[in-house]
Design a protein around this ligand. Structure first.
Ligand code: SF4
Ligand code: SF4
Length: 65
């Protein structure tokens, strides 16, 4: 069964825009996208993502939980 695309954040409070996930992604599947207030949030390109979950492991906010 195919694994799901990781969820980097479900609310904006769960992402500080540090770009660590963007930097670590071995497939360059993550892009940082400006929201309406000019803050950058990561977006995963599902067609490039290999579900390695490195982006989840590196995220400083998720590491706290
Ligand atoms: S799971 Fe892996 S390939 Fe997919 S976005 Fe995260 S780091 Fe990139
Ligand atoms: S590593 Fe976590 S906090 Fe940093 S940009 Fe990615 S999702 Fe946001």
């Amino acid at each position: 069964m195919e694994k799901n695309i990781p969820v980097l954040y479900s609310k904006k409070e769960e992402c500080c825009g540090c770009t660590a996930c963007y930097t670590i992604c071995p497939k360059k599947a993550i892009s940082m996208v400006d929201d309406e207030e000019g803050f950058q949030y990561p977006k995963i390109d599902e067609s490039k993502c290999i579900r390695c979950r490195q982006c989840i492991k590196v995220c400083p906010i998720k590491a706290k939980n």
